[in-house]
Each structure stands twice: as structure tokens, then as C-alpha cells.
Design a protein around this ligand. Sequence first.
Ligand SMILES: Nc1ncnc2c1ncn2[C@@H]1O[C@H](COP(=O)(O)OP(=O)(O)OP(=O)(O)O)[C@@H](O)[C@H]1O
Ligand SMILES: O=P(O)(O)OC[C@H]1O[C@H](OP(=O)(O)OP(=O)(O)O)[C@H](O)[C@@H]1O
Ligand SMILES: [Mg+2]
Length: 282
Amino acid sequence: MLRIAVPNKGALSGPAAAMLHEAGYRMRKESKELVLVDPTNEVEFFYLRPKDIAIYVSAGKLDIGITGQDLLIDSGADAEVILPLGFARSTFRFAAKPGTVSDIEGLAGKTIATSYEGIVAKHLAESGVDASVVHLDGAVETAIELGVAQVIADVVETGTSLRNAGLEVFGEPIMKSEAVVIRRSGADGDDPKVAQFLRRLQGVLVARSYVMMDYDCRAEHLEKAVALTPGLESPTISPLHNEGWVAVRAMVPAKEAQRIMDDLYELGARAILTTAIHACRL
Ligand SMILES: Nc1ncnc2c1ncn2[C@@H]1O[C@H](COP(=O)(O)OP(=O)(O)OP(=O)(O)O)[C@@H](O)[C@H]1O
Ligand SMILES: O=P(O)(O)OC[C@H]1O[C@H](OP(=O)(O)OP(=O)(O)O)[C@H](O)[C@@H]1O
Ligand SMILES: [Mg+2]
């Protein structure tokens, strides 16, 4: 049985559950379930706090886990990223009241509130800045107004939380993050059960970002049409009953599908269709 740590709550838990469901795994029905066995797929899911997942995985009894890259770094746990998952994308930044602190040197002697002490301490040490760090569990944006700190370091996605608190980011982003699959550093890289799990998630990532495109075009336009839809390996070309026409089938990036359909139409292609891909193994 493959033993997998998954986030039990917070920003990562919903999207992680959705991705696992799309990959064909059983999901818990009730948010109080701590462990779920999926015998058909030979996996066991452990629902854990996102911040703790890297620590559990590095301890060795769980094979892999889904967490945030920032949480992995913050924990200092001996685990490594094996697959980025493309959701829960965020940056990690310093922020303060406008006109107070505006660069990293200005942090000297200040108090910084954060839920990510590990990342902040590492960054301050690397920058050679001496500042105090106070740990808060969440809602860090309020810490300045309530006199706990002069600066915060927190996850920023849209910036809405900072704006609502009247704060402004300063300095370069401390790090970028997204959800990732991790394993213990130095774990067996060839474990077939892990490889199969990763292939399933990669299948979901591809299915989400590509569509299947079908169209008919005149044989003399085929080269130009294929240049627009080269597919992943090579498009499938089938003869049509009408002489001089062919049918083309290729995967295209979903984001570019509408532009490609316009270009194909201009070229004389017709019956241009896109269909969603539900799963795949490349
Ligand atoms: N608004 C957001 N947009 C994108 N990613 C986010 C957002 N908030 C948190 N994350 C990411 O989610 C992970 C944090 O998950 P966690 O569950 O600890 O946070 P949370 O949703 O703020 O929950 P909590 O309420 O327990 O603090 C981190 O990897 C972080 O970068
Ligand atoms: O830039 P934004 O789009 O506003 O997103 C970032 C905010 O989202 C998260 O907070 P959450 O809602 O999880 O509350 P928390 O502070 O209690 O963690 C994060 O901690 C930031 O506060
Ligand atoms: Mg939070």
C-alpha cells in the first residue's frame, strides 16, 4: 500500500482532493476522517495539517505527501519536491504600512509577524539583517494594527487581504510557491507505486491543460494546418470520403484553442471541434 499524506484543511485541501478524485482515487466523505484506505488503488490516505505534512513524510513512515512548497521550506524537513501540481500558487512577501518600512535593510531592529518563521528566519540570515520574529497562527495582516509587529511576512495571492488591512508589500518576493508532491530526501526514486501515482497526477495535469481538436481540411493545406496543430508527438491524419480532404486530430493547449480554431478557419479548415480530455497517460 502506498501511504500518502494529504492536507486535511485550508487552501490546499479542496484542490488536492479534487485532483485526487480526478485521478481516480477514493476520497473521504466526512471531514473528520483521519485515514482512508482505497483498496482498489492500493493507497492509504492520511489527512494531516498542511504545515505538518513535510515533517511526517521526512520521518519515513509515509511514502509521499501533498503540501505547499513554502510549507516544505518553512518546516526545514528533510524532504524534496518530486512533482509541482500547479494549484495554490502564491508568493511570500514582506508588507508594512505605507511610509514605514520600504526595503529589507529597513527591517533591522523591527518585529516581523508571520506564520512562516522558518522562511523568514532563513531569509533574514541570508540577508544579514537582525530583526525579531513573532509567530502567529493566521490573520497575520491584523498584527500591525494591533501593535504586535511593525512588519508582516505572509502569503500573497491576489493582494486583497493586504489591501483590506491598508498594507503594502515591499522588497522582492521572498519566494514563490505552489502545491507540490514531496518525498523523503534520498527515498527510492524507482518505487513503481510512487511512479504510478505520479503518472496519474500528471495525467490530470495534462487533461486539464489540453483539449483534443478535430477538423477537416483540404489536403493541399495540410502542412500549414499541421504547423498550427503539431500535437504532442504528431497529429493523426485520416482520409475523408470526399477526395482531396483529410481529417486531422491533435491535442492542443486549452488556452490557445480558440486562437488556433480561428487560424484554422482562416486557412479553410471546417468542422473544427474541441473536446475535453478526461484522463491520459502520455
Ligand atoms: N489565498 C491563497 N492563494 C493561494 N495559495 C494560498 C492561499 N492561502 C494559502 N495558500 C497556500 O496554501 C498553503 C497553506 O495552506 P494552509 O492550509 O496552511 O493555509 P490556509 O489556507 O491559510 O489555512 P489556515 O487557515 O490553517 O491558515 C501554502 O502553500 C500557501 O502558499
Ligand atoms: O492575497 P490574497 O488573495 O488575499 O490571499 C492571501 C491570504 O490568504 C491566506 O489567508 P487565509 O484566508 O487562509 O487566512 P489566514 O490568514 O488565517 O491563514 C493567506 O494567509 C493570506 O492572508
Ligand atoms: Mg492561512
